[in-house]
Every structure is written in structure tokens, then in C-alpha cells.
Write a protein that binds this ligand. Sequence first.
Ligand SMILES: [Ca+2]
Ligand SMILES: [Zn+2]
Ligand SMILES: [Zn+2]
Length: 316
Amino acid sequence: MRLSVCHVLVLALSLVCQAHTQRSRSGNSRGSTRSNNRNNSRSSNNSNSSSSSSNSNNRNNGTRSNNFDGNIFLEKFGYLDDSPNHSHSPDTVKQAVIEFQRFNGLPVTGRMDKLTVTKMHQPRCGVPDVVKPNRRPQGLRRRGRNVPLAYNAPGYKWEQSQISYKISRYTRQLGGSTQTQAILKAFQKWSEVTPLTFRPGSSKVDIDIIFARREHGDGYGNSFDGKGGTLAHAFFPGRQDIAGDTHFDDDEEWTMGTQRGTNLEIVAAHEFGHALGLGHSSNPKALMAPFYQGYDPNFKLDQDDIRGIQSLYGMI
Ligand SMILES: [Ca+2]
Ligand SMILES: [Zn+2]
Ligand SMILES: [Zn+2]
């Protein structure tokens, strides 16, 4: 849709849950697709753990080195379809690498060069960047696989303008009021540019916030991965309980007001973008770009973020 290039869609985090989220939205087939994706990735991840070594010799696509499997990464974030043993033809992998490089503003070489591998190792959001190739509309597939499905937003939004939230599980790394402030300020980024308001709730809320480690109840495909890698993820709006929920990996070092660790307010603002319906942006300046950009005490929404959210909720 209009914003197109910038906001490529994302998908789903967890598709299992998302599936539920979206299924209630009648006529939306993307939701169920996502759930299939996620289920698949869960099973393929499992198969990998038992068979990756025996299969690595069969995989001659050059994305595997030093215990880092580029194919698993590319599958997780939507650039490759799920495959048993994460095996793909060299040409398929090349196209996926090209997509990843384009999306993330890297030189487009089609190879797992140093810049590309370094980028893949940076801390990032757990939500996929693009729709998996086999879920893309036929027209896009025919034109070549190096075309991510571009949206300025996945198309899910809250019907009400007052959104409720609560922090159900805090991290022990920061004081409670510090966390409350970080969350509040993160919401403000979005309420400053839309008619949305955010109110703390006590029981059933739209956006339920938790800190958790490893597997945390929303499917193995969403398990956190220890320090580094995935920092957090969030679910798109919808009618299911999990919709809008936002989870932070408690194995990260969460901080406020320092370059050290990972800034909670910035990551929360990014995740709330998803919880409100935005996908990832291929604009590296956007808050909704997939990788954590480091701490900036004066961080702001980019015009790209503002256009995205206003396309869903309008201006103030
Ligand atoms: Ca992590
Ligand atoms: Zn994200
Ligand atoms: Zn989760």
C-alpha cells in the first residue's frame, strides 16, 4: 500500500498465537498463513537440533559457519521458506540473502559476506521482516523471489482509540517505577502523533507486557534465545487474548539512560509499533527498522514511522 517500500510487513511473530489473533478477523487469510509458518518453523528448528551436523555437508550454500546457520536466520525472519534440515538450493539462498541485504541497506552481493553476517548477529526484534516466499501472492513470486511483500502496515489495527495495558511481569534489573516510566514514555511516542491514548488497566487489557526467558508460553517458535539475538517481540492487534501483548527477553541487560545494555524505552516503543499494527520498515532511520540502533537519549519517531501509524489511526 502506499508507504510501501518502507514498511514491509512483517509478520508475525508468533504465528501460532497470531493465528488466533487474526483468525477472528474474518476474511483475512494472512493470519492463518502465518500460523502455518510459525508451526513449521518450530518443527524445523527441532529437526535441526538433532540433524544439523549430519546435514551440514549436504548444504553447500555457504550460509553456515562457526555455529551460525544463516539459513535458520533467513527462515526465522521470512526470507526463506521453512525447510526440513534448513536445506535450500544455492539460488534460493542467494535470492534470500539479496532480499535481506536490500531490506537492511547493505551492499547487495547475494553472498554471506562479512557485513551481512555481522548484521545478522546484531540484536534485533523477533518479529519477521517479510512474508515468506511461498506465502506471497503469485504475481510477486513470478516476478522473482527478491521482492518482499511490502506494506506500510500489516493491516491489523485496534478498533478503539483508548488502549489499555499493564506490566504483568517486571524485570528484576530495574526498579518498578523506572519500568513504568519507560513504558509510559514509549507509548507517548505513538500517542503524540495519533488520536490513541494509553491507560493502565488491572485485569484484562489490550497490551499485556511481560519480561520472560527462553520458552515463555507462546510457542517454541517464540522462545527467547538468551543474551543477544532477539530482544523482544509483540503481537499484532486483534481480538484474541494474545493480540497486542509485548514480551521482553529478560536475559538481556535492560537499562535506562545509559549506553550500556539495551534501552528499555526504545525497544518498548518499537514493539508497541507492532502491538498497534505496524510491520518492520526497511528505512534504517525508522524506529520500526528491525535491528536495535543503540541508545539515543533524544530518539524520535521517523517520518516513516509517523506515516505508518497515521495510515492506521489518522492524525491527532
Ligand atoms: Ca535474546
Ligand atoms: Zn520489530
Ligand atoms: Zn513471547
